[in-house]
Each structure stands twice: as C-alpha cells, then as structure tokens.
Design a protein around this ligand. Structure first.
Ligand code: SGN
Ligand code: CA
Length: 520
C-alpha cells in the first residue's frame, strides 16, 4: 500500500525545512510555512521543448516570462513523459496513470478519453478546490472533475478560435489563441468564489504545428540565423526506426502548409480581412518572394526550410511567453501571487532540427524530456535546478501533494515535492515509456522502454522488432545504439530486469507479451 503523503505545510515543518536551509552557512530567515491549500495554476503548452527556452539554455529565443518563472522557482531538467504525444500526455496529467492504464494511447483512431475513470481534480474538489481547464485539452470529450471548462475543440485554431464550454456550447472568439486563452483564464479568476482555493489548467496551443505566429510576432526572428543542430545531418546508422520515420524537415515538412510559401489566401475563411492582409504582406511579399528568388535545392533548400521553421516556431512561442507574463502580472496585481503555485510545462518535447526532424514521439532525449518549471513562494527556493528524474505520471500526485490532498491508490506516479523542497535528490530510478501511434502521423514505430538517469533502453515493435540501448551521459543525442555491443551485456541485463519489473508492476500486458517473445 502506498504511504499517505503529508500535506505540504506539515512536510515543511518537518525535515524539508531543515534540509532546505542546511546548505548555506549563514542562517537565512526561514521561509513561511505554506498554506495547506495554495491556489495552483498549471500552464501546459503544446510541443514547446526545453531547448527552445532561454532558461534551459537557448541564447536566441526570447522567453523572458518563462525565464522569470524559472528564476523565481525551480526548473526540472529531467522531467520525461510516458508517451510523447499530445492527448496521451494530458490524459496522464489528469489520471496520474500510464497510457495503457487510462486507455488513451493515441491521438488518432477514434479513441476518446474514458470519462468513467477518476481524475485528480475530483480529489481537489473534495478538498474544497474550485477547478477549471481553459484552452487546449485534446481529449475528444469533456472530462469530469471541473467546475468550469472552456476548451479548444481538438487541436484548435490559432486565429479566431472556437471554444467549447461546460454546457457543450461553442463560441468563436476573435483574436489570437494565446491572448484568448489568457483572457478567458483571468475572466474566470476574477469571477471565481474567492473564499475557496482554486486549481486552474491553462492549456496553450502554441507552439504546435503549423506554427502560425500572432500578427505582432511575424518576422520576430528574421534577423537571427539559427545554427544547425549537431545532429541535423544524422545518417541514422544502427537505428532502424530512425531510418524509417516520416518527420524530416527535408522530406516531410511542407513548403506551403508548414512554411507558408504561396498559401491559398482565398481559402482562409476564418480570418478577418486585416489578419489576411498582414499574413499576405509577410508570407507572400517577403517569405514567398525570397523563396522564389533564391531557387534553392539540395542542402541549401533544407537549411532554408530549417531557418523558416525555427522562425515561425519561436515566433508562436513569443506570444505564449507574453501571455504567461500577462497571467503573472494578473497574479501580482490581484494579490494572488504569493499564495499561488504556478507551474509551466509542455505536453512533451520536440525536435528543432535534431536528427533532421520536427515532431516528437521517440523515446530519444529531445522529445522524451519536457520543460517543467514551478514557482511556489515560500516553499520552492528561487533559482533551484532539479536534476532528479521525474515523469509526467508524477504530475497529478505532485499537485495533490501540494494541495495537501492524499494521492489515491490508483495513480501510478508519485509526488516529487521532496525534490522541490530539497528534502530528496531522487524519487525514482527509472521512468517507463510506451509509444503506440503507428503509422499515423509520422511513421514512428511503436516502442516501449526505460529511461534511467544514465541509460535509455527501448524495445521497438510493429513493422520490425529490435532493441536499442543508449548511454545518455556519453551520447546525449542517442546516436550510438549500444545494444548487443561488447561490454554492455551486464548493463543490458540489469536494465531489462528493471524494465520488466516496471511492466509487471504497472501491468502493461502488451509490453510483457512482446518482452518475452524471444526476439533479440
Ligand atoms: C497533427 C500534425 C502532426 C502532429 C499531430 C499530433 N499535423 O496531426 O504533425 O504530429 O498533430 O500532435 S498538422 O499538419 O495537422 O499540423 S499532438 O501535439 O496533438 O500530439
Ligand atoms: Ca503536443
């Protein structure tokens, strides 16, 4: 049986506080014991990867507000996801369960989220919280556990988006999606019952494909030339699934729909004449003209596509970041900031040209890891950098723990609050992964595996069965498959044992059947 976790206020009055301050020689004034039920805002963006964020080391992108949050809170460097894709990641946030346990394994195939299963916000409601989810959700249905819902249908639109509310009513909101999401969020905050704590999920659409920036951000990165990632011209040697994907900037990325070369402006029925004119001025008169004039081919063309991709992707992030700033300002001016936990995460990581790719799905580092930043005044030490391994199955348990609410037995994850208070350096030795969606959209073979602090072991299946092993410390870009190589028998056997243990513990029967089918 899982041990009940103490509410945060009690944790802090115990060993957490002592450990938190034992590092410095000069005693600092103690942080205030946190309220048992802080407000919680969970901002979750779409495909916004760690390597796109200033605080995580990107020197070219402009993310001042996310960087502010990182300075005022803790940044997690090794937050991995259990299934690197949109809907499944959000289903895991809601349930604290792996995809095979909550049933939401893929975005496609007509699967919708099973609303007959418990979600973490119901536990918060029982503990007196008001709950809301506003913006991108992508679960094919509206889940229980929310006092207020106003979500984008499916992927949603960047311009003049429709929203579906708790009564299933659809309303079109003029403007850019990030601004509308923020407006709806602060509107809800302003009219909520102030006598109760709240938990609000703010779901952003940016930075999802097809990367349509806000009008004010068009061309924001036109003066920047982005260096090619080291692995841009990866030859995928020794990695069969990597050889067979369909997500390269070279072959898969579309000049028209993705990079807006000679768009069909007549077909843009949703846009206002002003919006259309601004897009035309930028994409037709500038981008498409440049494309026509340059007459590029071969490597020059791929590299031009990469620059265009980076410019549009990061420009959508400008609006995302600005809107995070607006929400932080609202918390400041309304006096909510000091009693509100703010989390910033993305549903998964993303490839920004690494391996020549965009998109996600693989257990490889750039799509496996996702940003996670948390500010909790008085509890999380500002500027903290957390290296301990956590998974998105741990998100719901952690939020419940922050709210002083017991973590239900059905959840597979565990709270990583002890990492945030400095009470512990490690809460898990491995994170389980299972990706299913094949062949749509990007022909990534299904696979399951384990990520430890040092290694990644993966078993691919579907069109072909094989294992891959990476030493993350020596090979952070997953270029050298060590599986079956001399000298790696012992670590492979140990990791397989650990992986099998996870599969058995969490009863992933499909993986177990594949694990024991004798295929090397
Ligand atoms: C769309 C995109 C894909 C993307 C999936 C899933 N194509 O289908 O590139 O992988 O969404 O993304 S697009 O041309 O329609 O943009 S997810 O974030 O929802 O998982
Ligand atoms: Ca996503």
């Amino acid at each position: 049986m899982r041990k009940k976790i103490l509410p945060v206020s009690l944790t802090l009055l115990g060993t957490g506080t002592l450990l938190l301050f034992s590092a410095g020689l000069t005693p600092k004034p103690p942080m205030h014991a946190a309220p048992a039920r802080p407000n919680i805002i969970f901002i979750i963006s779409d495909d916004h990867t760690q390597q796109a964020i200033g605080a995580y080391g990107n020197r070219l992108s402009k993310t001042p507000n996310i960087d502010r949050l990182a300075r005022e809170g803790a940044m997690l460097y090794n937050n991995v996801v259990a299934n690197s894709i949109c809907g499944p990641s959000r289903a895991t946030l809601l349930t604290g369960k792996y995809s095979h346990q909550n049933g939401f394994k893929t975005n496609n195939g007509g699967v919708i989220f099973d609303v007959n299963q418990p979600v973490f916000t119901e536990n918060l409601q029982k503990n007196g919280y008001q709950t809301a989810w506003i913006g991108k959700m992508h679960l094919g249905t509206l889940p229980n556990g929310f006092d207020y819902l106003n979500v984008l249908p499916g992927q949603g639109e960047y311009y003049n988006p429709d929203f579906i509310d708790s009564q299933n009513k659809t309303t079109r909101h003029p403007g850019y999606v990030s601004d509308v999401v923020t407006q709806l969020s602060t509107d809800w905050l302003a009219r909520r019952d102030p006598s109760k704590p709240f938990m609000m999920v703010v779901g952003h659409k940016a930075t999802h494909r097809v990367w349509e920036p806000a009008i004010e951000d068009l061309g924001a990165y036109d003066n920047v030339t982005f260096p090619l990632p080291l692995t841009f011209y990866d030859d995928y040697k020794g990695r069969v699934a990597a050889q067979n994907q369909d997500m390269t900037i070279d072959k898969t990325m579309r000049l028209k729909e993705d990079l807006k070369v000679h768009l069909n402006y007549d077909a843009m029925k949703r846009l206002s004449p002003e919006q259309k004119a601004a897009l035309y001025d930028y994409y037709e008169k500038k981008v498409s003209r440049e494309f026509d004039e340059k007459k590029l081919s071969g490597k020059a063309l791929v590299e031009w596509k990469y620059q265009r991709y980076m410019r549009d992707y990061l420009s959508t992030a400008n609006s995302l970041d600005r809107n995070i700033g607006k929400l932080l300002d609202y918390l400041d001016t309304s006096g909510l900031a000091k009693n509100t936990v703010v989390i910033y995460a993305s549903d998964q990581g993303f490839y920004l040209g690494e391996h020549g790719w965009f998109d996600k799905r693989f257990i490889y580092e750039e799509s496996l890891k996702t940003p996670f930043i948390i500010r909790y005044p008085g509890v999380v030490k500002p500027g903290m950098k957390v290296q301990g391994l956590v998974s998105n199955v741990d998100w719901a348990p952690t939020v419940l723990n922050l709210a002083g609410t017991d973590v239900p037995e059905y959840m597979a994850g565990r709270s990583f609050l002890p990492l945030l208070t400095g009470a512990k350096k490690t809460i898990r030795n491995g994170a389980y992964y299972h990706y299913y969606e094949y062949p749509v959209d990007h022909h990534v073979y299904p696979h399951f595996g384990l990520r430890t602090s040092r290694y990644t072991l993966a078993r691919f299946y579907g069109p072909a069965s094989f294992w891959e092993l990476y030493d993350i410390r020596k090979d952070p870009h997953n270029l050298t498959n060590l599986y079956g190589k001399k000298g790696y028998q012992k670590i492979t056997a140990d990791l397989k044992k650990q992986l099998k243990g996870e599969i058995e513990l969490y009863k992933d029967d499909d993986a177990l059947a594949l694990f024991t089918d004798g295929t090397r």
